[in-house]
Design a binder for this molecule. Structure first.
Ligand code: NAP
Length: 197
């Protein structure tokens, strides 16, 4: 079994996330991609929306893809949501599986700051999804050779969008239609998310 793990804060989930997960799934012949909304993201200084809102939006966004699942693993674990603990959890549940952690190009460069990264890179492979125009040479110069062996990079159609952009637009009263799935747009409106800083 080849299992993709798509971790993120997803505040909110948007089409950029969906595109990279689907491209990784098809290019790496993954049997499924499990989305893992972060419970308490250790790398975020600013306040994030409640974990239940972020989880619900990921469920709504991924519901029509039969090869996507959503995990509550990080929501149900106490303390900071370290990726190492998550990957260990998947390793215990699926001892025989090949695990692939899917991340964006910028996140891949940050790996050296992650909790016990030396151990993490031995437990799974990473799929770093680059954006058009991304300078891959940066990855090769910043990361040690042993890490590069565990990282594959692929490019996905560029979606120049971030969760921060989506929140800023909502706060400014601008539309987010076609930036996030329709069900997510409706959820944001129904719960009045992102209206205040
Ligand atoms: P996020 O903002 O919700 O985004 C999820 C992923 O999608 C990121 O890798 C991001 O990469 C990528 N992405 C977002 N918009 C994109 C777009 N338009 N096109 C292509 N890629 C896009 O999640 P996050 O807060 O960065 O966290 C990512 C994962 O890393 C989480 O599972 C988190 O727990 C983990 N993490 C763990 C530690 C630790 O264990 N200490 C520390 C930091 C992060 P970019 O960042 O490149 O946009």
């Amino acid at each position: 079994m080849r299992l993709g793990i798509m971790g993120g804060t997803f505040d909110p989930v948007h089409y950029g996330h969906l595109v990279i997960a689907e491209v990784a799934r098809t290019e790496f012949s993954l049997d499924c991609v499990v989305w893992v909304p972060a419970g308490d993201p250790p790398h975020k200084d600013e306040r994030v929306s409640s974990e239940e809102h972020r989880y619900a939006m990921v469920v709504l966004a991924t519901g029509t893809n039969p090869d996507f699942r959503v995990s509550r693993m990080e929501l149900e674990r106490e303390g900071p949501s370290y990726t190492l603990d998550t990957v260990r959890g998947f390793r215990e549940e699926h001892p025989e599986a090949d695990l692939f952690f899917i991340t964006g190009a910028d996140a891949i460069l940050e790996i050296l700051t992650w909790h016990r990264h030396e151990e993490l890179v031995r437990l799974c492979r990473f799929i770093g999804v680059t954006r058009p125009g991304y300078d891959l040479a940066r990855v090769n110069t910043v990361l040690p050779a042993a890490y590069l062996e565990q990282i594959s990079t692929i490019s996905a159609p560029g979606v120049d969008l971030s969760s921060t952009d989506v929140r800023t637009r909502v706060r400014a009263g601008q539309p987010i239609r076609y930036l996030v799935p329709e069900a997510v747009e409706a959820y944001v409106r129904k719960h009045g998310l992102y209206r205040e800083t």
